[in-house]
Design a protein around this ligand. Structure first.
Ligand code: NAP
Length: 255
């Protein structure tokens, strides 16, 4: 049983819906004080209301992670409300579909800006408070797409998600001196609002290619993040956990 999370200050970006909301719910359930971050105020308010009974404490801050000043404001808000930051879940991300031949420079800038630069800016802004905690934890939401697999329409997305892992490995070394660990969860296909937008055909195609024959849940990603945030996981850094129902395992789907 992990006992080290109650009362901890946790920042979750991209938590107005989807995986981030699932991560926030799990941390709140473990008694943490959680700051959820996104750009949509109505969704943020709705999420705070929805998680009110989960346990712990949940509040929101509006920010675009692609902007340095917004990331600095997130860090200041969490430190001001909770007296510091113990855990950062850098989860905000987008996955617009665009084939390479049609991809504009703006498409690339948008995806890299949110998924990769946004992740780096968020971590950078939170480092002083994470270091001050003496047991800082950073958990990045990467993906199987990019680090392990490819999927048509997502060359920019895959590059951004693989880029997060390149960032993670050096950040883990640099931040070890401040007793901060940096790890990543790599979800496969998880049922979220963002994934719902991809349509029924996509879901059916993915479910058929997953040995467990179902999509993942946001709670399952949240529990992996929670584990990485515990004191008990304090010797793990620069590592990844794949959560994909076995999707990346088979040489052929025969069953
Ligand atoms: P989602 O349902 O579309 O939710 C995305 C979240 O990110 C929303 O809360 C959105 O909030 C926030 N966000 C987007 N751009 C932002 C920005 N510039 N600044 C601040 N917040 C921003 O997506 P999801 O499926 O939960 O995905 C979440 C993360 O998991 C992403 O990094 C994604 O790459 C990764 N992932 C997802 C899957 C999957 O199967 N779902 C698989 C692998 C990896 P606002 O709209 O309020 O800004």
């Amino acid at each position: 049983m992990f006992t080290s999370i109650a009362g901890r200050s946790v920042v979750v970006t991209g938590a107005t819906r989807g995986i981030g909301k699932g991560i926030a719910r799990v941390f709140a359930g473990a008694g943490a004080r959680v700051l959820i971050v996104g750009r949509d105020e109505a969704a943020a308010k709705e999420t705070v209301a929805e998680l009110a009974g989960a346990g712990g404490e949940v509040s929101y801050a509006l920010a675009d992670v692609a902007r340095r000043e917004d990331c600095q404001r997130i860090a200041a808000t969490a430190a001001g409300r909770h007296g510091g930051i113990d855990v950062l879940c850098a989860n905000a991300g987008i996955f617009p579909d665009r084939r390479l031949v049609d991809m504009t420079e703006e498409d690339m800038d948008q995806v890299f800006g949110t998924n990769l630069k946004g992740c780096m800016l968020t971590v950078q802004a939170c480092v002083p408070a994470l270091a001050a905690s003496g047991h800082g934890r950073v958990i990045l939401t990467s993906s199987i797409t990019g680090p392990v697999t490819g999927f048509p329409g997502w060359s920019h997305y895959g590059a951004s998600k693989a880029g997060q892992l390149g960032f993670m490995r050096t950040a883990a070394i640099e931040l070890a001196a401040s007793a901060i660990t940096v790890n990543a969860v790599l979800p496969g296909n998880v049922m979220t609002e963002g994934l719902a937008d991809l349509g029924e055909d996509y879901h059916a195609q993915m479910t058929a290619s997953i040995p467990l024959r179902r999509l993942g849940t946001v709670g399952e990603i949240g529990h992996a993040a929670l584990f990485l945030a515990t004191d008990e996981a304090g010797f793990i850094t620069g590592q990844t956990i794949v959560l994909d129902g076995g999707q990346t395992l088979p040489e052929a789907l025969t069953d």
